[in-house]
Design a protein around this ligand. Structure first.
Ligand code: ADP
Ligand code: MG
Length: 309
């Protein structure tokens, strides 16, 4: 059955598990991902979104050692650079798998957030590398960073992760879908922007890619939201001997499991939250599944399938 679907690709679709982050390694992983997805891409209206954690982390590191006279770029601009980089990798990977299929096209995307979002008052998302205490203090003073104590007494920069309200490019994405293109959009959650005094400005924040995917899927009327990651789905009692894959559940059941704290914040938590928001907003089905099971996930036969009550 032909459907309009949003497929969100997690880090594992782009970075191999042994964490090699060279361009070639990322390209090879992406090529395998595109080979798995090609049938779905040709047979449906699909928009592809992706994460950017490792890539933007590396761009930030390069940013910290600027050549003389080369200014460091703000975080939102680093996110934009990662959209371009990952778009190249996905596009080349796709066309290495098919030369005759639909055309893939990347849409640089911005996520509109509210300047009053409470997340700005309490930065929570760790980004970049781990610093020793004295190093961290120096950087915090120089760049006005917020820091958190991380593992083994190291420190990490934390930034706000506000709620995306709308992908500004959603109408263009919709037109591309209607014209049989495969748009890549909301990469890395989209570049965060606020509207202030009639101006649109980038802000120092990151947007969760699953929440941005949910907002885009809703905005362009997708029937399905498919979140592909490195586990079979969402589990009950994850990380314990009693862990058990959650199959088909209603949105109310998903909310109840979230309330019980079954899903960790920053990983599975936002995927379930994104799914719940999508269904509450009128979506038909949200699936959290492994990239390896993509075809079954689209037909609701693998992973965690969240449906209306
Ligand atoms: P992605 O890069 O695909 O967005 P994440 O690393 O953010 O992936 O999220 C997937 C991870 O979520 C899994 O590898 C797993 O470690 C973690 N996780 C946390 N809670 C759960 C849970 N209840 N069920 C399954 N996975 C969970
Ligand atoms: Mg991840």
């Amino acid at each position: 059955m032909h459907m309009r679907i949003l497929i969100a690709l997690g880090g594992n679709a782009l970075i191999s598990e042994n964490a090699e982050r060279t361009y070639e390694a990322q390209f090879n992983v992406a090529r395998q991902a595109m080979a798995k997805l090609n049938g779905i891409l040709q047979d449906n209206e699909v928009v592809v979104t992706h994460g950017n954690g490792p890539q933007v982390g590396d761009i930030l590191l390069r940013n910290e050692q600027p050549a003389d006279g080369v200014p460091a770029m703000p975080l939102h601009a680093c996110g934009s650079m990662s959209q371009g980089l990952i778009s190249e990798i996905i596009s080349n990977a796709y066309n290495s798998v098919t030369k005759t299929g639909k055309q893939i096209v990347s849409v640089f995307s911005r996520s509109l957030v509210s300047a009053d979002d409470p997340a700005f008052a309490s930065p929570s998302k760790p980004i970049g590398r781990f610093y020793k205490e004295n190093e961290a203090r120096g950087l915090a003073e120089k760049y006005h960073w917020s820091l958190v104590n991380s593992k083994n007494g190291t420190w990490r920069r934390v930034v706000p992760s506000p709620m995306p309200l709308r992908i500004l490019e959603e109408n263009a994405v919709l037109e591309l879908l209607r014209n049989k293109f495969i748009p890549i959009s909301a990469g890395g959650g989209g570049t965060p922007v606020i509207e202030r005094n009639g101006m649109i400005e980038g802000v120092e924040a990151v947007i969760d890619k699953d929440l941005a995917s949910s907002v885009l899927a809703k905005g362009i009327g997708c029937q399905k939201l498919i979140i592909l990651t490195d586990v079979k789905g969402a589990y009950r009692n994850y990380g314990t001997p009693e862990s058990e894959l959650i199959g088909r559940i209603t949105v109310s059941e998903a909310e109840e499991l979230s309330r019980r704290g079954e899903f960790w914040s920053g990983s599975m938590g936002p995927k379930v939250r994104a799914s719940v928001l999508f269904i509450r907003g009128g979506g038909k089905e949200a699936v959290i599944a492994s990239l390896d099971d993509a075809a079954e996930a689209v037909s609701g036969r693998s992973g965690t399938v969240i449906v209306p009550d």
